[in-house]
Design a protein around this ligand. Sequence first.
Ligand code: ATR
Length: 278
Amino acid sequence: MDNQLYAVVGHPISHSKSPRIHSLFAAQTGEPVEYTAIQAPLDGFVRTVREFFARGGKGLNVTVPFKEQAWEMADQHTERARKAGAVNTLYQDSHGVLWGDNTDGAGLVTDLTINHGLELKDKRILILGAGGAVRGVIAPLLQTHPAELVIANRTAAKAEALARLFADDAWGITQLRGCGYEALTGAFDLIINGTSASLQGDLPPLADSLVGPDTVSYDMMYGPQLTPFSAWALNAGAATAQDGLGMLIEQAAEAFFVWRGVRPETGPVMVELRELVG
Ligand code: ATR
């Protein structure tokens, strides 16, 4: 069978690990997938997507800075994309309808619960940041039924607004609230960094008392070096510090499943990508 075309669209895109990940999934599953990276002009995302599907393309991943535009251009949204307010996976159905999905939150929760074996039910979870990256993972985190989910952000009002937006998803099971960093008290079981502060080598102002001996920290970023957040968590006494490479691979596996109906095994891909990233 001829290979079917998939791609990731972003700007910039040369750093993207997605072509490597999806090529490994294709080789492992025997699916006829050819996956490339496309850099869309900053003012030409919609045109790029239309051209791709007009050429017979089957599915796209969407990354920075186009996830909100992808949401806007999709004809239909999956429930999880609607909640996230952003789309990272696009595909056309047999009627030519353009569907927008979001696999980021599922990717994070799979990485936390399956790969790292964390039980989130009844736990105290803190998430740092209130931008698009955090919004995308709130509903899937709430589905694990933590006792508490606190969203903390430099601009407290944005965290409070996010908590209000997802109030119904807490089902009266999880205490969900938003606040500024100074209002945080007590130790958390899991602290997730969803801010972009690491990109500037920066760190939100966090008290060491947020970390206990069993605390797991998770930075949605990844790289060869410990991020400032992971270094802070370990220094404050966290049990382990995880990075977001697993989330990246799991969101890709979920997209592959959406497109192909086949779920790749992520373990071997994780090993290979870890060697690549350092
Ligand atoms: P993304 O799509 O990656 O979430 P975003 O929507 O621009 O990007 O959000 C960036 C997040 O990182 C925000 O929560 C931002 O805090 P503010 O809402 O107060 O701006 C947070 N952030 C960025 N740089 C930061 C820094 N140096 N210290 C603390 N928080 C930072």
